[in-house]
Design a protein around this ligand. Structure first.
Ligand code: ZN
Length: 436
């Protein structure tokens, strides 16, 4: 009886030891493959790219050198112990706000996702050309100035400085803000809907629409500025997207005609026809809910609202984020910056042709109601998907703890069994000691 119990126990312990070994070896191989991928990950090339601190420093210095053309403001917001501040640079020769209101208004945002460093470099390049410190090849300054005279341009060079710091701290794949929310899923149009392949590490929409200070700042900026053109500049592929991101519905009538012909022109002149054109939801192969561009079009009433994807390396491994989202050699880096800065100056020329020289009135009354909507119950809602993830993680931790305790107690039992058996063996008289 004792023997059979012992055998049973031994077998189960062997099995448990085998399981533990298996787990250890899986962990080891994971760690090994992680190390391998770590080794093959391209680091940020600081010979080409500026740190966020240096980039913003250069922009501040540029604005100081050209007070006649550029002005700068820093907008701040905070929510539940998390704060953010965003710098906005305005190009416009008029000092009076009312003179600016009579012009066509353009709002450009860069660096909404931390890992897309090339976009913030493009912001600096565009501002340098606007200040006339850098020249656009093939464009004479007089004709450029006559175009720019009709416009007020607001540039947000880095929408997500906190997320960018996380990237500079070594987490090269981080796209979300400083507390893990994707700023391009935190807007109110179709907010919070999750697709089957939803990944919280990429697309966490936050606990409510506009829960994040960065999106609150951008929303206020858009509402007060009322742009005629909005471009949200990203990287990861080469594409020119128009609304909608959250559904596979193409616009119709004048908005479609206007935006489509605009993008076709840009694709023809600057993308050599290789950029994808169309609605984000229809082209990318997945729907994005709660995006900035859908909000700009649907709620702010921006007549031309786009998301541009300016660079992507499809050959890079999914862990090699710096390479996937940013050109890594000087030739590609310079090509992207000169091509896309030229694109934006073409766009500046096209806007008055598409919209008309006079600034049309936008849908202001709709914006008042969205304010009330935000201050209301929606801010109190909780992200139930986020809670589910927490519960699952806690459950897994409990299972791991119980498994370890079970293993330890089995080992102790085996030890006690073995010591008892060896004791009883020692107390038995040896045959050879019996006298003949
Ligand atoms: Zn992006």
């Amino acid at each position: 009886m004792a023997l059979s119990v012992f055998l049973l126990l031994s077998i189960s312990i062997c099995y448990l030891v085998f399981l533990q070994d298996l787990l250890l070896s899986v962990n080891a191989s994971n760690a090994q493959s992680h190390n391998l991928t770590q080794n093959s990950v391209t680091p940020i090339n600081y010979d080409l790219y500026r740190s966020s601190r240096n980039l913003m420093g250069e922009i501040r210095a540029l604005v100081r050198r050209h007070p006649d053309k550029l002005t700068m403001e820093t907008l701040k917001a905070a929510n539940k112990g998390y704060g953010a501040q965003i710098t906005v640079v305005t190009y416009g020769k008029e000092k009076e706000e009312k003179d600016k209101r009579s012009k066509l208004r353009i709002l450009l945002s860069f660096g909404q996702h931390g890992r897309e460093l090339i976009t913030t470099e493009l912001a600096l390049r565009i501002l340098s050309i606007l200040s006339e410190e850098k020249l656009l090849p093939g464009m004479d300054q007089a004709s450029l100035n006559s175009v720019l005279d009709k416009l007020v341009i607001k540039v947000v060079p880095m929408e997500n400085p906190n997320g960018r710091k996380v990237v500079e701290g070594g987490d090269l794949c981080e796209r979300r803000n400083g507390r893990g929310v994707d700023l391009n899923r935190n807007w109110s149009v179709d907010w919070g809907k999750k697709e089957k392949d939803y990944d919280p590490y990429e697309e966490n929409p936050g606990v409510a629409p506009f829960s994040e200070p960065e999106s609150q700042i951008m929303r206020k900026l858009a509402i007060s500025f009322e742009p005629h053109l909005w471009v949200n500049v990203h990287s990861g592929m080469e594409a020119l997207f128009m609304p909608y991101d959250h559904k596979n519905t193409t616009l119709d009538g004048l908005p479609l005609k206007r935006m489509k012909s605009f993008l076709e022109e840009v694709n023809h002149h600057h993308c050599q026809e290789r950029c994808m054109i169309g609605s984000g939801g229809g082209l990318v192969g997945y729907f994005a809910h709660g995006t900035a561009t859908d909000f700009m079009y649907d709620v702010v009433g921006v007549p031309m609202a786009f998301t541009f994807e300016i660079y992507g390396d499809g050959t890079a491994s999914s862990k090699d984020c710096f390479k996937m989202f940013n050109p890594t050699d000087p030739a590609a880096y310079n090509r992207v910056l000169s091509d896309w800065s030229a694109t934006f100056f073409t766009i500046f020329k096209l806007v008055p042709l598409q919209i008309g020289e006079k600034a049309p009135i936008l849908k202001l009354e709709k914006l008042v109601s969205i304010d009330e909507y935000l201050d209301g119950y929606l801010m109190e809602r909780r992200n139930r998907y986020g809670k589910k993830m927490e519960v699952l993680e806690l459950g897994m931790q409990e299972i791991r703890t119980y498994f370890r305790l079970f293993l330890l107690s089995s080992v102790l039992l085996l030890f006690m069994f073995c010591s008892r058996i060896s004791k009883s063996k020692c107390s038995r008289p040896l045959v050879s000691s019996i006298p003949l």
